[in-house]
Design a protein around this ligand. Sequence first.
Ligand code: NDP
Length: 450
Amino acid sequence: MNKYIDEVLEKLVQKNENEKEFIQAATEVLVSLKPVIEKNPNYQKTALLERLTEPERIITFRVPWVDDNGAVQVNRGYRVQFSGAIGPFKGGLRFHPSVNQSIMKFLGFEQVFKNALTTLPIGGAKGGSDFDPKGKSDNEIMRFCQSFMNELQRHISHNLDVPAGDIGVGAREVGYLFGQYRKIKNTFEAGVLTGKGLEYGGSLARKEATGFGLIYFVREMLKANNIDLKNKTAIISGSGNVAIYACQKAAEYGVKVVAMSDSNGSIYDQNGIDLNEIKRIKEVERLRIKEYQKKYPNSIYTENKEGEIPSIYRIKADIILPCATQNDINIDCAKILVQNGAIAIGEGANMPTSNEAIEYFINNNVLLAPAKAANAGGVATSALEMSQNSMRYSWSFEEVDNKLDCIMTNIFNTCYKTAKEYNLGINYAAAANIAAFKKVSAAMDAQGII
Ligand code: NDP
């Protein structure tokens, strides 16, 4: 490969040996940077890759709270402020039992590149907790969020670090977090969190942005390869925020979404998924996707099995939109998808595809819209929310949605041009990494060794 990249990766693996997700994310990026690194020996002199892969700051903290039975529970909170080179730290909060330092670091690292691709002035961060919101009452969620913010408030502000939602953190959680921040700080600092409710500084189209943005990116990617979205079939893993709005926008473009899932299993409806029913089950009632069968007894529900690929990926479709979690698609899964004739993968989730599977898709001419670029619409619209908060003004849904479409189209064009410039063929994943790296490294260079 390249001696400098090899050395950095070797040290990174030694230093972070228990952090497999972080090692995976860093390897995917560093390996793809070879053509840029080789052209500029200065990167090695200034230890740029070593600095780029070491977070500026990691904060971990205790989150004690009292459950409805009066018992004291203790969770661990995290905030990884990865890079502030091009703007205030920015990235979501994840509440899920699987959260650990490796997952926080991989997400924070990816966020640095994603945020650079949006062209907006935002650095990269991620945070969250191993708290499991499933089955908790509203009051428990509120008490947890308040305790989490009691500590996080020391480390954030609209110019320093601006968290948002992610898995397990939606409008309800952001509301409780914002309320506690406002109470402690005794000030209405709207730009300290994004994904807020519309009544207190949120942006129209933020809720829809990641899913809509994904489809805008996929539309551009298919167009550049002379393929039309219309009349294609799709499967979407997950049934959370990203999955739901990807489904809505895909349907608007004439795509038939035949399956969606949650962590328990998948639902297949040959007539096309009824998204209103999914919204009722997931956004209103907070139930399991299996519930869909009650209204549609002819749909097929398949339970996931421990150690096997998620059941949804056995369903045939033209377009595959992983919108659940990391490492959903391993090499075995990729082989099944290719065999079933998939033509494109649009990564709505962060790092849903293993590095081996990405390579397999590209080698088999399956178009892959990489997460860093394709799901950047959420954070881009968060940055638009910050702009509106600064102006004390709000744009209409159409204005925000049009800006989002322009941003996503622009991100695809950047990937496309970079792929051409570096002879990468359809490897938009490498192109996204290179384009983002150029921006972040230039900002780091300009700011000296810090
Ligand atoms: P939600 O919490 O709204 O939804 C997550 C969905 O994924 C649920 O349907 C969940 O099912 C399912 N899921 C399946 N397996 C797992 C698992 N092992 N761990 C967690 N969830 C699982 O999250 P979002 O839709 O916000 O996020 C989905 C993905 O998109 C994540 O990778 C996130 O990082 C990424 N993303 C989100 C953005 C946003 O704006 N929200 C922006 C950019 C990326 P169940 O209910 O059974 O847990």
